[in-house]
Design a protein around this ligand. Sequence first.
Ligand code: NZQ
Ligand code: ZN
Length: 393
Amino acid sequence: MFDFQYFAPTRVVFGRGVEARTGQLIRELGVSRVLIHYGGQSAVRSGLLNRVAASLDEAGIAHIELGGVVPNPRLAKVREGALLARQFGAELVLAVGGGSVIDSSKAIAYSLAEPEEDVWDLYARKRKPRGCLPVACVLTIAAAGSEMSNSSVITNEETGEKRGYRSDLCRPKLAIMNPELTVTLPAYQTAAGCTDILMHTLERYFTQGGNMELTDQIAEGLMRTVMKNALILRDHPSDYDARAEVMWASSLSHNDLTGLGADGMDFVSHGLEHELGGMFDVTHGAGLSAVWPSWARYVCRDCLPRFVKFARNVMEVEPGRSDEETALRGISALEDFFRSIHMPVTLKELGVEPTEDQILAMAASCAKGAGGKKGTAKLLYEADMAEIYRLAR
Ligand code: NZQ
Ligand code: ZN
């Protein structure tokens, strides 16, 4: 097991109706002025936004609201939010929504801590942040794990770049998580969310690391739990327990727990998806399932012990005549699972047919964003990334 540091500073308040306590919980953070940030119409339609605002009023917390965050959240909205929050004197950004809203909130919170700097410089790796205002969230979709993660992902609509930035400074102080709030999700978003949750642990699982018995068992248990409950939600979308299992998995899958002691994280599939998101504005989880099988078949021979372990312990396949055959059976089994929850397993199924020039552009941008190379299962370069896009067509 490699040395590690684990930092999970988020207070999680989980269960039915917990959003009614938002005001009191934010009060306990010593905050009295808040920007409420939200997305399109879902939180308005469900009445959640009004309930959260009423809870803040009850606790005597002044607030201002800014909606309009779109999936693959845009830099222009971050700039708008930062200006508004600064004029209002916000001391905390409260995200009411999913990963996109939380990530936009994190970017606003970075901007507020350093108003003289351009926040995009963080995502462009030009500087490091010195601070970040506190962020809290009322989570409405189990997926990205941003409610406990140190990451935020923003799309610069002027350049078409979708870039993530990681720093412990932006980990939310408070995550209010009521699984009931996710019942209104369209089936496609529920399935894409489950895919993303699964992927956050998969990205940490395929390493060249040595013995990580406990971490591996947590990771394998999480992946089995997500797949089991994703199938329950496909057939019974209102099942509270399945919603709850998936929501908790969302947080644990991306707060670093499932990769502790590994020799790093792979995250090539995420890198490839971010380019698809930047160029074609696809749903994040669906973009991941569309590239993962091609990535896995491309790298598995270089990371065979982990792919065999995955095939046996997670996908529970019959062993093949060789380790390679077992590994390939595991990959096919996960591909079948994606199909069973109606997630795409090729770019065509995702609705995207990139030209060769677009493939080369995405591979170049992906490699550049990663400093030239990326991957723990197998270190990949620009040419490898282009080849995986081709295989995924
Ligand atoms: O905008 P509204 O109307 O709220 O609709 C949203 C949106 O269309 C809808 N939705 C959310 N909660 C709902 C609901 N509809 C009905 N009922 C509800 N309760 O769902 C759609 C997707 O929302 P979004 O916030 O985009 O989903 P998700 O949580 O999957 O976030 C995706 C973004 O997070 C980034 C992705 O790249 C993508 O930009 N990621 C962030 C990470 C992080 N910060 O740690 C890690 C991830 O790997 C990921 O990259
Ligand atoms: Zn993700």
